[in-house]
Ligand binder design. Sequence first.
Ligand code: ASP
Length: 336
Amino acid sequence: MNSRRNFIKLTALGTSFFSFGKFMPLIAPKDSQTNSEKEKMMNEVLDSPIVLSTWEHGVPANEGAWKVLSAGGTALDAVEAGVKIPEADPKVRSVGYGGLPDRDGRVTLDACIMDEKSNCGSVAFLEHIMHPISVARLVMEKTPHIMLVGEGALDFALKNGFKKENLLTPESEKDWKEWLKTSEYKPVINFENHDTIGMIAMDKEGNLSGSCTTSGLAFKMHGRVGDSPIIGAGLFVDNEVGAATATGVGEEVIRISGSHLVVELMRQGNSPEDACRIAVERIVKKQPQKSKEVQVGFLALNKKGEYGAYCLQKGFNYAVYSNTVHNSLIEGKHHY
Ligand code: ASP
C-alpha cells in the first residue's frame, strides 16, 4: 500500500509522530497479535519510498531519484538517475565531470550499482566518460561480469554508445597545477564540495538498490582505485536486510569490507545507526592512529525504512527524501 495513503490514514487517526530516522506509529503491535499480523501492521507504516545519499550534493541527487520513486519507479532506476546529477555537475569536484584529477592530471572514475536481486555492476579507473554509473549498470545488465576497469571499461562504454569527453575542467586543472607546486599527498578530512556520492533507496514495492560514484581521492596515484566501485566496500545491498554505502578514505573502508559489514550488523539486529557506529569503531580499533587523521562515513537503510549514519570525524552529512522527510540534510554522529 502506498505510504502517502498510510500517512494520511494515520494522521487522520491522530496517532502518528516523527522520530529521527523513522516514521513511528503510536499504535504499537500488541502481544496478542500473531507475528504476521504484527508484520502487516508495521509494513503499513513503512515510510517508503525513500532515498538517502551522502553529502550536500545528495540533495539535488535525491531530487532526481525522487522523481523516479514518486512516479512509482524502481529503486534501481532511481539510484542511477539520482547520482547522474552530481556526475554531470562541474561544481561537484569529487564526482564525474569536473572531478579533481590524479597526480598525473587525469580524471579517473570509479562507480558501482547493486539491485534487490543482488545483481551488481562496477567500473573502476575509467576515463573520459561523464556517467560511469550508467556504464556500471550496463556491465551488470549486458555482461557475465561484475567489474570492468581502465581501458577495457572505456572500450565497453564506447562500444555501447557512450561519448568520449574531456572531464578535466579549467578549475580542476588549475587546482591540480597548484597542487603540483608541492605535490604533497594528504587526504583532507572533509573535502570542499565533498566527496563521493553514495545513494541507497527503497521503492514503493519495498525493494532496495544502491549506487556509488566518485572521482576518488584528489591527486591520488595514477591507477589507484578506492572503495567506491567495490561491492561490499563502497556499497552493499541485501534485499532481505538493508543497504549501506560509504564515503571517505577508501583504503580504510576496504580494510574492513565496510558496507558489507554494516549490512551484516543490521542482519544481526542492530539499527542502521548502530551498525554504522560499530563499523566505524572497527576502523578505530584496527588503525587507532590513522583513524584520527582521516574521515570515513557510513550511511544505512534497513528493510523497515529506518536509516542512520555514523562517521569518524565531525562534518559528514547526508540527505533524506521520503513522503515524510522532504529532502533534509542531516548531520552524521561522529566518533571523535
Ligand atoms: N571513498 C572515495 C575513495 O576513496 C573518496 C571519498 O568518498 O571521498 O575513492
